[in-house]
Design a protein around this ligand. Structure first.
Ligand code: UPG
Length: 357
C-alpha cells in the first residue's frame, strides 16, 4: 500500500516525502512541475537512498489521475498540490479557483471511486484572516482575504461536506503558519520563481548577493519593534506533522483542523538579526511602507496538535536560519543547476554550508 503525495516535488511536499520514505512508507508522487522541478524528485531519492514512482500529471486531468489509482494500491493521500501566491491570486482568481478547487474535486472523486477515504490536506493559517487576538486556536472564526485564501477555506468546507455525506471519510486539515528552513543535507529547499514574495527566501537571496537589500514592510505595527510578527516553523518539523496527521487519519474518521506552528512569534527585524547570527552574513535592509493586507501579528496556539497528534515543533530559529542559508549557498539558482562548491565573495564561514556528500 502506498501514500499518494500530490505536489510532492514542492517545498513542503518534498520534505514530507523524505520523512515518509525514512519512516518506511511507500510513496507515489503526482506533480505537474509548474511551480516545482523534477530535480527535487531526484534529490529526495538521493537523500533517502530510495526510489519511488513519480507522475508528471495535472490534477485537473481526471483520466490520468484515475490511472494512478488503477496502477497503485493507494491507501491515503497527502494533498499539497495547488497554486499559492497571494498577490497573483488577486489578478488571476479564475485560475486559482479552477486549479485549486477543481483539482481537489477531481482528487476526491477519484479517491471515492477507489474507496480511499483518508486525506491530509495542506491548508494555511490564512484561513484565520485578520484575527484580533493571539495565539490563534483552531476554533477562531474563519475568513478569507484574497482568492488564494478563499480556495483554502472553500476546500476545508468541501471536505467537511464530504464527511457529512459519508462518515467513513477521515480528513486532517493542516493549517500551516510560516514554513522556512530546509533539509540539513542542503539538497532540497524552497525554490521560488523569480523574486521571492516571502521573507526568508528574500533574506537568503540578499545574503548571497542576488538581491541588493531587504525591504522591511512597515515599522509602525503595534509590535515590540514595529515590524510584523509571524510564527516561523522549520519545514522538517512541518513535514513530521504530516506523518502524525497521517497516523491520525489512518486510525479514525472525522474532519479535524490542526495548527502547525511553534506558538512563538518573531518580528521581521528579529529574523534579520537571527539570520545574520546564524550565517555570519550582513543583511542590508531599508524600511518601506507596510504591504497592503498584511497582519501585524500572527502566531499559533499549537496545543491541539500536541494533544491529539502528539506532535510539536522542535527546531529553533537558529536551526531554521542555518538550514535556509545552507540550501541557498549550495543552490544559488535553486534546482536549476546544482553547484557543488559555491565560493561567495561575501562568505565568512562557508565550509559549514557545502553539500554533504
Ligand atoms: O520582502 C519582505 C517579505 C515579507 N516581509 C514581512 O515578513 C513577514 C512574513 O511575510 P511572508 O514571508 O510574506 O509571509 P506571510 O505574509 O505571513 O504569508 C505566509 O503565511 C500565510 C499564512 O499565515 C500564507 O497564507 C501565505 O501563503 C504565506 O506566504 C510579514 O510581516 C511581511 O510583512 C517583509 O518585511 N519583507
Amino acid at each position: 500500500m502506498a501514500i499518494l503525495v500530490t505536489g510532492g516535488a514542492g517545498y513542503i511536499g518534498s520534505h514530507t516525502c523524505v520523512e515518509l520514505l525514512n519512516a518506511g512508507y511507500e510513496i507515489v508522487v503526482l506533480d505537474n512541475f509548474i511551480n516545482s522541478k523534477p530535480e527535487a524528485i531526484k534529490r529526495i531519492s538521493e537523500i533517502t537512498g530510495q526510489s519511488f514512482k513519480s507522475y508528471n500529471i495535472d490534477l485537473l486531468d481526471e483520466k490520468k489521475v484515475n490511472e494512478i489509482f488503477l496502477e497503485n494500491a493507494i491507501e491515503a493521500v497527502i494533498h499539497f498540490a495547488g497554486l499559492k501566491a497571494v498577490g497573483e491570486s488577486v489578478y488571476l482568481p479564475l485560475r486559482y479557483y479552477h486549479n485549486n478547487i477543481t483539482g481537489t474535486l477531481v482528487l476526491c472523486e477519484t479517491m471515492k471511486k477507489y474507496n480511499v477515504k483518508k486525506l491530509v490536506f495542506s491548508s494555511s493559517a490564512t484561513v484565520y484572516g485578520m484575527p484580533g487576538k493571539f495565539p490563534i486556536s483552531e476554533d477562531f472564526p474563519l475568513e478569507a482575504l484574497n482568492p488564494y485564501g478563499r480556495t483554502k477555506l472553500m476546500i476545508e468546507e468541501i471536505l467537511h461536506d464530504l464527511y457529512v455525506s459519508d462518515n467513513s471519510w477521515s480528513v486532517a486539515l493542516l493549517r500551516y503558519f510560516n514554513p522556512i528552513g530546509a533539509h540539513d543535507s542542503g539538497l532540497i529547499g524552497e525554490d521560488p520563481n523569480g523574486i521571492p514574495n516571502n521573507l526568508m527566501p528574500y533574506i537568503t537571496q540578499v545574503a548571497v548577493g542576488k538581491l541588493e537589500e531587504l525591504n522591511v514592510f512597515g515599522n509602525q505595527y503595534p509590535t515590540k519593534d514595529g515590524s510584523g510578527v509571524r510564527d516561523y516553523i522549520h519545514v522538517v518539523d512541518l513535514a513530521a506533522g504530516h506523518l502524525k496527521a497521517l497516523q491520525k487519519v489512518s486510525n479514525s474518521t472525522g474532519v479535524e483542523a490542526y495548527n502547525l506552528g511553534t506558538g512563538k512569534g518573531y518580528s521581521v527585524l528579529e529574523m534579520v538579526s537571527a539570520f545574520e547570527k546564524a550565517s555570519g552574513k550582513k543583511v542590508p535592509y531599508k524600511i518601506v511602507e507596510a504591504r497592503p493586507g498584511d497582519a501585524a501579528v500572527c502566531y499559533a496556539d499549537p496545543v491541539k496538535a500536541k494533544q491529539e497528534l502528539k506532535w510539536a515543533a522542535v527546531k529553533n530559529i537558529n536551526e531554521m536560519c542555518k538550514d535556509s542559508w545552507r540550501w541557498q549557498v549550495n543552490n544559488p539558482n535553486g534546482y536549476d543547476n546544482k553547484i557543488e562548491v559555491f565560493q561567495s565573495p561575501h562568505m565568512s564561514k562557508s565550509e559549514d554550508f557545502f553539500i554533504k556528500s
